[in-house]
Write a protein that binds this ligand. Structure first.
Ligand code: G3I
Length: 382
């Protein structure tokens, strides 16, 4: 299978392999595509991450597709500290204001990503040696940004990726300089600055037992301190051929039992081999390119397309089973060509983790996700 095949023949051949994919026997125009947000409107909000071009509506296909398919948006990068707060006392709100305006125009929820994260910090913070400077940055950063968008940003990832894989606190500049209460302090500041936005803790692999225990400890500590936490975001960077359904189900149950919302905030299902056989999604991990590690440069073979489709089907069946506990599902990017997984952990690979292909056309997995609702396969599966 190569990219020179038409979408129609591609879809038909995949549908034959999958048996039962009846929607894709001809090329599809956008008006014929079912809408994710409408299909799941009684179940959960469906979001996507947007890059700078998309926020500025400079990408015509995304400008049409995003409002048709999604009712929530997350800035993939432009609210990270390095970009929004590049120097002491200097903020760059241009693109952040634009994503808020975009969301308001299309009546979408806006997820602020993210206030406190050890990665993508501006150089002036990375150079800091004394705790007082870090404390001042931390306080000014949260207060200035959260108050500017109070109520306009629906939900904030207040703290992102604060845990190691064993569930202990990550050895970040914030832990080192501010001590282990910094997470409570961050939520307290956000609560004061943004009383009308919901406040979440967001991380990857927190469906895994050890990291889940660490997350539960954070949530309990916040509650014991009388500080508001409204929800937990499970990022959802998984492998299409190995979605940890049991861990995800246990996590939905355990987190929701704490009386908070559960959401899936950065969903993508990668299909490429991982150089370390690891499930981590740490952006600082890198490996060298080799042809062996990039097996599908010209198109996804049917056998892997089937796995991708099944991975998404299983996941959405599970999401529907727990629709009362799950508030939002956000995909990490609009189409395959724009996914961070083409560049991580090895630069220059060709990955296929999302529901829309490089031409913004819906993939077999898209239709199978729609069918979990319209054909009620959730009932059959559970
Ligand atoms: O801004 C520069 C640009 O000037 C330059 O031309 C370009 C050349 O490579 O690089 C640009 O910066 C890149 C940035 O994305 C914007 O495209 C960085 O190198 C690149 O490292 C950065 O990657 C982002 C990564 O977070 C690190 O911040 C990914 O797009 C983004 O998808 C990823 O998202 C994270 C979530 O925030 C947290 N959870 C994990 C998730 C995946 O790593």
């Amino acid at each position: 299978m190569t990219n020179t095949f038409s979408f129609a023949s591609f879809a038909v051949s995949v549908c034959l392999a999958l048996a039962g994919c009846s929607n894709s026997k001809k090329a599809i125009s956008s008006s014929e595509i079912p809408s994710l947000k409408e299909t799941f409107q009684k179940d959960f909000i469906i979001g996507t991450a947007l890059n700078g071009q998309q926020i500025e509506e400079k990408e015509p296909n995304a400008a049409v597709l995003v409002p048709q398919q999604f009712n929530a948006i997350t800035p993939e990068n432009i609210m990270k500290a390095e970009i929004i707060h590049p120097e002491w006392g200097k903020y760059n709100f241009d693109l952040a204001d634009k994503i808020v305006a975009y969301g308001q125009k299309h009546k979408m929820e806006i997820n602020g990503h993210t206030l406190i994260w050890h990665s993508q910090l501006p150089a002036f913070v990375r150079r800091m040696k004394d705790a007082d400077s870090v404390r001042q940055f931390f306080t000014d950063h949260i207060t200035t940004i959260a108050s500017r968008y109070d109520g306009k940003i629906t939900t904030w990832d207040v703290v992102n990726e604060a845990l190691e894989e064993d569930g202990s606190l990550r050895k970040s500049i914030f832990l080192e300089k501010l001590g282990e209460d910094y997470i409570v302090d961050a939520f307290r500041l956000a609560q004061k600055a943004a009383p009308n936005s919901k406040l979440y803790y967001n991380d990857y692999n927190i469906e895994q037992p050890k990291k889940r225990a660490g997350t539960i400890a954070i949530i309990k500590k916040l509650k014991a301190a009388g500080v508001r936490i409204d929800g937990v975001g499970i990022q959802g960077h998984w492998k299409a051929y190995n979605v940890p359904l049991k861990d995800i189900e246990e996590s939905i149950l355990e987190y929701s039992a704490l009386g908070i919302e559960v959401m899936f905030t950065e969903l993508d299902l990668g299909v490429l081999p991982n150089p370390w056989d690891s499930d981590a999604a740490d952006v600082n991990m890198k490996a060298e390119y080799s042809a062996k590690m990039n097996p599908y440069p010209n198109g996804l073979p049917d056998s892997m397309q089937v796995k991708l489709t099944k991975g998404y089907e299983d996941l959405f069946n599970l999401f529907l089973k727990y629709k009362k506990e799950i508030s939002r599902i956000t995909f990490w990017g609009v189409n395959d060509g724009q996914s961070w997984l083409n560049g991580w952990p090895i630069r220059g690979r060709t990955n296929y983790p999302l529901l829309f292909d490089r031409e913004f056309k819906p993939k077999p997995a898209f239709y199978r996700v729609i069918e979990t609702k319209t054909k009620g396969s959730a009932k059959k599966a559970f």
